[in-house]
Design a protein around this ligand. Structure first.
Ligand SMILES: Cc1ncc(COP(=O)(O)O)c(C=O)c1O
Length: 395
C-alpha cells in the first residue's frame, strides 16, 4: 500500500493547484501551504460518489459536518464542543473576516503576533481595522506569546486578539499555561480571542496541543476558534471551514451573515465530513510522515547548510529558516529561487521580524525535500545551479 507521500514528482507536476503551477517546471515549489499527498480513501470515495451523482449544487445541510467536527474534536483533543456552537464558512480567511466585521469598527486595533501568516495583516486591513503588532518572543525556539505586550495593547484599547495556534510559520504550539493567561487577560479587558486552529489536526505527538476553547471558563467567555479539514487532509480548494464560539461568544455566531454558509463548497462540506468521521487513520500516517520530514530537514540542514537554523516545528508541515548567517540579505527566498530553483515563502512577508528568514513546506515526498536542500546548499556554496539541474531526481 503506498503511503500518503508516495507520489512521483512527474505525477505532482500534473497537478493544476497553486503550489504546482505558480513556478516553472525547473523549480521545486515549497512555499504554498498545500501538501503533496494522495487523498485519504474515505475523502476520495465521497468525492467520486458526488461526481457520479452530478451532485454539484450548493452545499446542503451543514448539520452532518458540524457534528463530524464536534465528534472529531472530542476524540482527538477531549473537547466536548456542541455542534450547536459550530457554523460553517467557506474558508478560515472568510470566517475570520466575517467575525472581525462583527467585532470591530473601522480603525479599531487587532493584535497580531509576527512573524505570522501574512494574510493576518491583510484580513485585518480588509475589514478596515488596524493590525497592532505584538511580536512573538524567542522565535529562535519557535516563539512564545508576549503576554505583557498583549496586556499593553489591551490596556490601550485593543479588543480583539488574532492568535495563530499552532503558529505559522514556526510550527510552535502555544503552551496551555500561556493560553490560560491570554484568556484571563482577554476576560479582564472584555476582549475576544480569535484562535486560528487550522493546523491543529497536524499537531505532532507530544506537542501538548490544546484547543483554546478547552482551557477554562475565561477562554469559553472570550474565545472564537477556527478549524478546518483543509490543511490536514489537503482540501484547501474545496472550501469548507468551521467557526466555533465559546459559550460566552455565541452572540458572534448569531451575528454572522447567512451568506457565509451559502458560500461553502458542496465538495468541501462532503469531504470535510468524511475526513473528520473516517480520516483519522490516514491523518495519523500523515503526521508520522511530517515528523519524519521535520527530522530529515534538521539532518539535511546540519549536513549541507549548517549556517541555517530552524526551530523544530511541533505541528504541521511548515518550518521557519533563519538564514541570516548566510548573508543573503533580507529575502533569502528570492536568492534561493533565482540561484537554486527552489521556491520558499519570503520571510519579510511575515512581518519585519522575517527579514533574513524564509519558510519552507516539508509536506512533500522526502526525496523532494532532500533535493531542495541539496540545491540550496550548492547555490550558497557558489556552485551555480542555473539553469537548475537534477530536477526530476526527486520522486
Ligand atoms: C494559519 C493559517 N490560517 C489560515 C490559512 C488559510 O486557510 P483557508 O484556506 O481556510 O482560508 C492558512 C493557510 O496556510 C494558515 O496557515
Amino acid at each position: 500500500m503506498p503511503g500518503p507521500f508516495d507520489i512521483p514528482l512527474a505525477a505532482l507536476r500534473q497537478r493544476t493547484s497553486a503550489k504546482w503551477t505558480t513556478y516553472g517546471v525547473d523549480v521545486l515549489p515549497l512555499p504554498v501551504a498545500e501538501m503533496d499527498v494522495r487523498l485519504a480513501d474515505p475523502v476520495a470515495r465521497v468525492l467520486h460518489e458526488a461526481v457520479d451523482r452530478s451532485d454539484t449544487g450548493y452545499a446542503g445541510d451543514p448539520g452532518p459536518v458540524r457534528r463530524a467536527f464536534a465528534a472529531f474534536a472530542d476524540r482527538r483533543w477531549g473537547w466536548p464542543v456542541s455542534a450547536e456552537d459550530v457554523r460553517t464558512c467557506p474558508d478560515v480567511a472568510a470566517g475570520v473576516m466575517a467575525v472581525l466585521r462583527v467585532l470591530t469598527r473601522p480603525g479599531d486595533g487587532v493584535v497580531v503576533m509576527p512573524p505570522v501568516y501574512p494574510p493576518f495583516f491583510a484580513w485585518v486591513r480588509t475589514v478596515g481595522a488596524t493590525p497592532v503588532e505584538v511580536p512573538l518572543t524567542g522565535v529562535d525556539g519557535g516563539g512564545r506569546i508576549d503576554l505583557a505586550g498583549v496586556e499593553r495593547a489591551l490596556a490601550a484599547g485593543t479588543r480583539v486578539v488574532l492568535l495563530c495556534h499552532p503558529h505559522n510559520p514556526t510550527g510552535a504550539v502555544h503552551p496551555a499555561a500561556d493560553l490560560v493567561e491570554l484568556a484571563a487577560l482577554a476576560d479582564r479587558f472584555g476582549a475576544t480571542v480569535l484562535s486560528d486552529e487550522i493546523h491543529a489536526p497536524l499537531a505532532h505527538p507530544g506537542s501538548g496541543f490544546r484547543p483554546f476553547l478547552t482551557l477554562g471558563a475565561a477562554a469559553e467567555r472570550t474565545g472564537v476558534a477556527f478549524g478546518s479539514a483543509s490543511k490536514a487532509w489537503n482540501l484547501a480548494g474545496l472550501k469548507c471551514a468551521l467557526v466555533t464560539a465559546g459559550s460566552g461568544r455565541r452572540d458572534v455566531l448569531e451575528a454572522l451573515p447567512p451568506e457565509l454558509g451559502w458560500a461553502v463548497g458542496q465538495f468541501g462540506q462532503l469531504a470535510a465530513r468524511a475526513a473528520f468521521d473516517e480520516g483519522e487513520a490516514w491523518l495519523d500516517e500523515v503526521v508520522a510522515g511530517l515528523v519524519r520530514n521535520a527530522d530529515l530537514l534538521g539532518e539535511l540542514l546540519l549536513r549541507h547548510l549548517p549556517g541555517v537554523r530552524s526551530p523544530r516545528p511541533a505541528a504541521g508541515y511548515l518550518a521557519w529558516l533563519d538564514c541570516r548567517a548566510l548573508g543573503l540579505g533580507d529575502d533569502p527566498a528570492q536568492v534561493f529561487l533565482d540561484r537554486a530553483g527552489v521556491a520558499l515563502h519570503h520571510g519579510p512577508d511575515f512581518g519585519a521580524q522575517g527579514a533574513g528568514w524564509a519558510r519552507i513546506n516539508v509536506g512533500c515526498p522526502p526525496d523532494l525535500l532532500t533535493e531542495a536542500v541539496r540545491r540550496m546548499a550548492a547555490a550558497v556554496a557558489g556552485r551555480s545551479l542555473t539553469p537548475p539541474v537534477g530536477v526530476d531526481h526527486a520522486g
